[in-house]
Ligand binder design. Structure first.
Ligand code: C2E
Ligand code: CA
Ligand code: CA
Length: 737
């Protein structure tokens, strides 16, 4: 259960905390990385564009430079004289061929006459065959015609600075080159020529290794060179060089400058470290979060446990029981589990609490919880519903466990004395049991039925367990109307009656008297137990009328059998009434019964009463010779010290003690102590509820004076008791029912 819970917790934690945080982290990392890579690429792209623009610019400059270079040769009177006016090979070779090669870097120079015929050709600094001009003839002729088509020459001063040259890119014998042509003119203006008749100087600057390394050096391109194939290796860039007609000539290829990549390389490790640190921090934070969440959860569970459990015993409380019951009923409906509910209520708990104190009461409740648990085992659910009320929920697969056996074992266990603060406390337990039938049932309904069975158990004399049956429900329903019905019954004479239960001398077993017991036969519900209607009568004041009715019947009987004791139960309400004594004496008077034959049975609670009226009444009765018996002795305060204040003639040991009498049982010692003490105070002892010969024998050995119980006879009619008195010579033995 716990591990299942923690697995669920872990899942919930993962889903609600871990997942979003990890997602946020990953998204942020992806966004940052994406941005870094994008900006790196962007920076590199801009750098490339800048470098490409620069290459274009540089190459254009080279082309312009060629024009200037040619001008330094062509725009001279010397050149005009030694070429056109009087061709001087040596001069031409030295001042055109060698000079343009050595100082201007031209790979080829050509001198053409006015018709375009070559007069001199230089290749790589040496004079060459005139026929070798053919390789560049096409380009040169095109440029010459372009040159001749240019507008007339500008005034002299300007012509110096802006020489008229035509240039273009071309392939010469498969080698890329810048080719330029210029007309040979006078720089002083002293020599004039017919336009169109000028001689021409042509020069070719090859874009070779030499040119590229110079370019790279001057403009800081890394490893640049010209190539015809556009297959740059990675990290290199290329720029195409086209001639004026748009034809491809060559590529300039170089190692790209990648500032973005460089920056990335430098900042990358720092970025990764920052991410790692952030991730570690987040992990630590999550761990912390999880720990505090767990602590919070533990706190919540603790509070929940506190709310669901009884502080004193640690058992589930009513709230928790309700939830558990609802769940168990659901389970029963779905899986067909067998379910039984046991409601337990302690008898005489209040007395323990009142006499030994609340601490002792608390200790008793805890001990009771432990004894119950020891019997029901760990599987069944035990809850404390409040005060001295417990609930037990037994569920099982297959056959229903015998809850009656279980209940009786609990009653037996709780019936054993409890050791509290050096005092021994005696309590009992009543249990109501309800089995869940196949039909669906509401939790509330189930609890109500168990309560009804519990009520039945208490009404049935306490210290017993009762299984709920449907007819009990009707009786409970009747409880509401019982007052009205009883009021009605008291008006008429056909429902209420009095039964008499014989009292026997212990030694002779002969009948010496009888106890009057109220009987009510309801036309619809049949015999209603006094335990059911006497409390109602007491609570509603009807007990006065009922008590008077019983007393009158008892005295009527008593007057006919002088010398026999007729006992009548008196409720505290009656005794507290100042007119009660007068009423009793009136009835004695009217019936003619001798006061010495009447015995009034009072309960211990009257002794606790501080009412002067009760005490005065008791004294009046005793003074008049009426006997007083203390009923149900042992169930209440069990203190003989009260008897000094309110002297009685007899105590009646409660049947719950008598029923436990068996050799070796603790109740034997208790009963013996009571009998001995009572006799020492000159008080007679009656044992009620004697059901077996064994009990009678034990009570006999103890010296009990009088016996009463089903072993001899239950309550009988007036006629029957009269007959028994007639027969008084014979010892009484129960015959039939
Ligand atoms: P109680 O005064 O202790 O009366 C004895 C009860 O024990 C009677 O129950 C009687 O039937 C029952 N009893 C007698 N012998 C045995 C036995 O051997 N075994 C068992 N298990 N029970 C035995 P009942 O008649 O049901 O009366 C119950 C209680 O109702 C009485 O207990 C008494 O407290 C009260 N009660 C009855 N009649 C009157 C009455 O007229 N006035 C008042 N105030 N209370 C009455
Ligand atoms: Ca009695
Ligand atoms: Ca009694």
């Amino acid at each position: 259960m716990r591990s299942k819970n923690s697995t669920i917790e872990r899942w919930r934690y993962s889903a609600t905390v871990l997942l979003p945080v990890v997602l946020a982290l990953v998204t942020t990392a992806a966004a940052v990385l994406g941005f870094v890579f994008w900006s790196t690429a962007d920076i590199d792209q801009r750098a490339l564009e800048r470098q490409s623009a620069m290459i274009a610019e540089v190459i254009q400059t080279r082309r312009d430079q060629l024009g200037h270079d040619l001008a330094s040769i062509a725009n001279r009177d010397d050149t005009l004289v030694n070429s056109k006016l009087a061709f001087n090979f040596n001069w031409v070779n030295a001042n055109i061929g060698l000079w343009s090669h050595a100082f201007l870097g031209h790979g080829r120079s050509v001198l053409l006459n006015a018709t375009g015929r070559p007069l001199y050709v230089m290749t790589n600094g040496v004079p060459a065959e005139l026929a070798s001009y053919g390789a560049m003839a096409g380009t040169v002729e095109m440029l010459v015609s372009r040159l001749r088509a240019m507008p007339p020459a500008l005034p002299l001063a300007l012509a110096r600075t802006t020489p008229r040259a035509a240039t273009d890119f071309a392939l010469i014998e498969g080698m890329p080159a810048i080719v330029g042509v210029m007309a040979i003119t006078s720089d002083t203006g002293r020599l004039t020529q017919q336009p169109g008749s000028e001689y021409i100087i042509a020069g070719a600057l090859f874009l070779d290794g030499e040119a590229s390394s110079r370019l790279s050096r001057e403009y800081m391109f890394e490893d640049g060179h010209f190539t015809l194939a556009d297959t740059p290796a990675s990290g290199r860039a290329s720029f195409p060089i086209l001639n004026d007609a748009g034809r491809f000539i060559a590529f300039f290829e170089w190692e790209r400058d990648r500032p973005g990549l460089t920056m990335l390389r430098q900042t990358g490790p720092a970025l990764i470290a920052a991410f790692a640190i952030a991730a570690i921090l987040v992990v630590l934070l999550l761990g912390q979060l999880r720990r505090s969440a767990a602590a919070l959860e533990a706190g919540r569970r603790h509070a929940e446990h506190q709310a669901a459990h009884d502080r004193l015993t640690g058992l589930p409380n009513r709230m928790s029981f309700d939830t558990h019951l609802a769940r168990a009923l659901l389970d029963q409906r779905e899986n067909g589990t067998q379910l039984s509910l046991l409601m337990l209520d302690l008898d005489r708990f209040k007395q323990v609490n009142d006499t030994l104190g609340h601490q002792a009461g608390d200790a008793l409740i805890c001990a009771v919880g432990q004894r119950i648990r020891a019997i029901i085992g760990p599987q069944a659910m035990l809850a404390r519903l409040g005060g001295d009320e417990f609930a037990i929920l037994v569920s099982s697969q297959g056959r229903r466990p015998d809850t009656m056996i279980m209940a009786n074992r609990i009653i037996e266990s709780i019936g054993r004395p409890f050791d509290l603060n050096n005092f021994k406390a005696h309590v009992g337990a009543s249990i109501g049991i309800v089995h869940v039938a196949d039909a669906p049932v509401e939790p509330r309904e189930l609890v109500r039925k168990a309560d009804i069975a519990l009520y039945e158990a208490k009404a049935g004399g306490r210290n017993c367990a009762v299984i709920y049956e449907e007819h009990m429900n009707e009786l409970v329903q009747m409880q509401h109307t019982i007052e009205g019905e009883l009021r009605d019954a008291l008006q008429r004479h056909d429902q209420l009656d009095v039964a008499f239960q014989p009292l026997l001398d212990q030694k002779t077993r002969r009948i010496i008297g009888a106890e009057a017991l109220a009987r009510w036969r309801h036309p619809k519900f049949g015999q209603v137990a006094p335990a059911r209607f006497i409390p109602v009568a007491e609570n509603t004041g009807l007990i006065e009328a009922l008590g008077e009715f019983v007393l009158r019947r008892a005295c009527e009987l008593g007057s006919t059998v002088p010398g026999r004791t007729i006992a009548v139960n008196i409720s505290p309400t009656q005794l507290r009434n100042p007119r009660f004594a007068t009423q009793v004496f009136d009835i004695l008077d009217q019936t003619g019964m001798a006061p010495e034959d009447l015995e009034l049975e009072i309960t211990e609670s009257i002794l606790l009463d501080d009412e002067h009226v009760s005490a005065a009444n008791l004294r009046t009765f005793r003074d008049a010779g009426i006997h007083i018996a203390l009923d149900d002795f042992g169930t209440g305060y069990s203190s003989l010290s009260y008897l000094k204040r309110y002297p009685v003639d007899r105590i009646k040991i409660d049947r719950s003690f008598v029923s436990q009498l068996a050799d070796g049982h603790v109740s034997v010692a208790i009963t013996q102590a009571i009998v001995t003490l009572a006799h020492a105070m000159d008080i007679e002892v009656t044992a009620e509820g004697v059901e077996t010969e064994g009990q009678a024998a034990i009570l006999g050995r103890m010296g009990c004076n009088t016996l009463q119980g089903f072993l001899f006879s239950g309550g009988v009619t007036r006629e029957k008791i009269l007959a028994l008195f007639e027969d008084a010579l014979h010892p009484l033995r129960r015959t039939g029912s």
